[in-house]
Design a protein around this ligand. Structure first.
Ligand code: SF4
Ligand code: SF4
Ligand code: ZN
Length: 179
């Protein structure tokens, strides 16, 4: 993880708790979130086709937002379960990490840091976690936020695109080739 002292001051960040998800993903680096915020209709259409849902149900402002992609809707296991337990994130749960969370993490490579991320979230609080996650997916050359599937920066082409890719390049590359 980057130390924020080496980068921006914490005051330079615009915090949005809606992109801190119940499961531990950082929604700010989700391709659907990025396409929504950047109004990339073609990308949203591609996501909608893959997810077999309409484009209007694919727009997403993050896990905690009212406008949320249908596949991450309020029916999400982790949102439902954390609400029932009156906690905000799975990391606060006595049963963490449960079988469902481990299984969810194992299914796709962008989820591979969920358990670690949850521990960090509880340890340092959501605002510091937000800073760390944002830094982790940000290109060191041009400051663009990339998703876990951008091997090269989507803006300047720098490779690896961010710290997350630096740590997981082989796994992500293999996943993209096998897809
Ligand atoms: S689609 Fe899911 S993971 Fe992506 S921003 Fe929305 S809630 Fe977060
Ligand atoms: S049991 Fe705990 S860790 Fe598992 S989904 Fe529910 S809140 Fe999350
Ligand atoms: Zn870049």
């Amino acid at each position: 993880m980057n130390n924020i002292d080496n980068h921006n001051s914490i005051n330079d960040y615009i915090f949005d708790k809606r992109i801190v998800s119940a499961c531990g993903l950082y929604c700010g680096a989700c391709g659907i979130y990025l396409a929504t915020q950047e109004n990339e209709l073609e990308k949203l259409l591609q996501y909608a086709l893959v997810l077999k849902q309409s484009v209007s149900k694919t727009y997403c402002d993050g896990c905690g937002a009212d406008r949320k992609s249908a596949h991450c809707s309020k029916m999400c296991t982790f949102i439902k379960c954390t609400h029932q337990k009156n906690i905000e994130f799975c990391g606060e749960c006595n049963d963490f990490p449960c079988v469902e969370l481990i299984d969810f993490q194992s299914k796709l490579p962008h989820r591979m840091e969920i358990e670690k991320s949850q521990k960090r979230l509880v340890e340092i609080g959501w605002e510091q976690w937000f800073v760390e996650q944002k830094e982790r997916f940000t290109c060191s050359k041009c400051n663009t936020i990339n998703s876990a599937y951008h091997l090269s920066c989507r803006k300047c082409g720098n490779t690896p695109s961010c710290e997350f890719i630096l740590d997981h390049q082989y796994t992500i590359d293999k996943y993209l080739i096998d897809e």
